[in-house]
Write a protein that binds this ligand. Structure first.
Ligand code: PMP
Ligand code: GLN
Length: 422
């Protein structure tokens, strides 16, 4: 008798989704023992007192479901932090605690964007946006950042105002999903660019979802600061602000984030969030609340540490023959590998880099549409993202590996591979 083998097809909304590039590169870094400058998670722990509070909460018995919108003390702390640091006039009622910024993004798109509408995103685009918009059966409308040299000849990314205006004007546009400081480019959008976008959406029913997870990580010494979109005139009513403890306090594994919005926007986001995860992780919330109120000094010191590590990584990459593009924030920077003259894509470079050189990095093609990723004439073809949030030992190991002759290692003329020990 023939056995019937049922065949299972993925739903079309997830059909194109495989393991993320970050997980893939981290696995290859572990397999080869390479210094992992790919996935953006720091080696250093966050503030010690915050960690102790979390441990005490668990051993002290705070281990059951909390209130749906989050613990009141964390919602208060998020609102107070936004008021004190950015002058954003919000209260605890405007705050929903989520399972990381990732859930806040998904719940915002699911709660606010109907199937068939479109969401304007900056490209290169963080992969979770494309996935969340796909899950909502809406369309991604990428607006490519421009890449141009400044007066000193250093190439920087910037907002293409004409392109964003054209995309926002399209009748299908339901939302604009902004990210500043921007992953993967490190671009910090200035007030004028954000005001330009505010002028485009003002008086429309378009919602701005503003992912500000790198709000504390701005490095430029030229007076450049983070500008929360919701603080622009009139924008509080139209904006969902998203952030998280992950990048502010070095706890990417805690998955504790938040969405901040007025009641009519927060209600549908809460409805979606409620059935994605029900509630956030209870015992971590008092610890994050403490950090928001008490860890500004730790934060300032960490930003200074990152600034120094960024400078060393820039030197190591330039010495290795790569072009380093301008980046003002986050813990990422992008290089062009074209000057190495290898004639390969950034994607192939990153696939071979851990085994060939002993370092891991992320190809920028992972942050663009499949069509752009496949186009060898697209400028992102040879771009590669590196993180400098790792500890000094990892960064030193990466610098030694890069100094061992990247070009020669790819062309096979180099000697034994560099020391992989930590
Ligand atoms: N947005 C951006 C731009 C990110 O780089 C990340 C990764 N930290 C997230 C959201 C996700 O944050 P979380 O870990 O809090 O979900
Ligand atoms: N945000 C991190 C990065 O860009 C990765 C987060 C993840 O792996 N999903 O490297």
């Amino acid at each position: 008798m023939a056995t019937h083998h049922p065949s299972h097809h993925p739903a079309h909304r997830v059909a194109g989704i495989g393991p993320t590039i970050f997980a893939t590169v981290t696995a290859e870094a572990v397999r080869t023992g390479a210094a992992n400058l790919g996935q953006g998670f720091p080696d250093d722990d966050g503030p010690a007192e915050m960690l102790q509070i979390a441990a005490d909460q668990i051993t002290g018995g705070n281990n059951q479901y909390g209130p749906g919108p989050g613990l009141p003390e964390l919602r208060e702390a998020v609102a107070a932090d936004r008021r004190d640091r950015w002058g954003q006039q919000v209260t605890a009622d405007d705050v929903l605690i989520t399972v990381g910024a990732t859930e806040a993004i998904a719940a915002s798109v699911l709660g606010l964007v109907d199937a068939g509408r479109q969401v304007v995103v900056l490209e290169p685009t963080y992969d979770a946006y494309t996935a969340a918009i796909g899950l909502a059966e809406a369309t991604v409308r990428p607006v490519r950042l421009r890449l141009e040299p400044d007066a000193a000849g250093v190439r920087h990314w910037s907002l293409d105002r004409d392109a964003v205006a054209a995309a926002v004007a399209e009748p299908e546009t339901a939302a604009v999903l902004l990210n500043t400081p921007h992953n993967p480019t490190g671009t910090v959008l200035g007030r004028e660019d954000l005001e330009f976008i505010a002028d485009l959406v003002r008086g429309t029913d378009i919602v701005v979802i503003s992912d500000e997870v790198y709000e504390r990580l701005v490095f430029s010494g030229d007076g450049l600061t983070h500008v929360p979109f919701a603080t622009l005139p009139g924008m509080a009513d139209q904006t969902v602000t998203i952030s998280s403890a992950a990048k502010s306090f070095n706890v990417t594994g805690w998955k504790t984030g938040w969405a901040i919005a007025p009641a009519d926007l927060l209600r549908p986001i809460t409805a979606a969030k409620q059935f994605l995860s029900y509630v956030g992780v209870t015992p971590l919330q008092p610890a994050v609340a403490w950090a928001l109120g008490n860890a500004d000094d730790w934060s300032a010191e960490w930003t200074e540490t990152l600034r120094a590590r960024r400078a060393s990584l820039i030197t190591a990459l330039q010495d290795a023959g790569l072009e380093v593009l301008g980046s003002e924030g986050t813990y990422f920077l992008i290089t062009d590998i074209a000057p190495l003259g290898l004639g390969i894509s950034g994607e192939e470079f990153c696939r071979r880099l851990p085994a060939a050189v002993g370092v891991a990095a992320i190809p920028v093609t992972a942050f663009v549409t499949p069509a752009a990723a496949a186009d060898p004439d697209d400028p992102v073809h040879t771009l590669v993202r590196w993180t400098f949030c790792k500890n000094d030992a990892t960064l030193d190991r990466a610098a030694r590996a890069l100094a061992s002759g990247v070009r020669d290692r790819f062309t096979g003329v180099a000697g034994p591979s560099p020391d992989r020990s930590a």
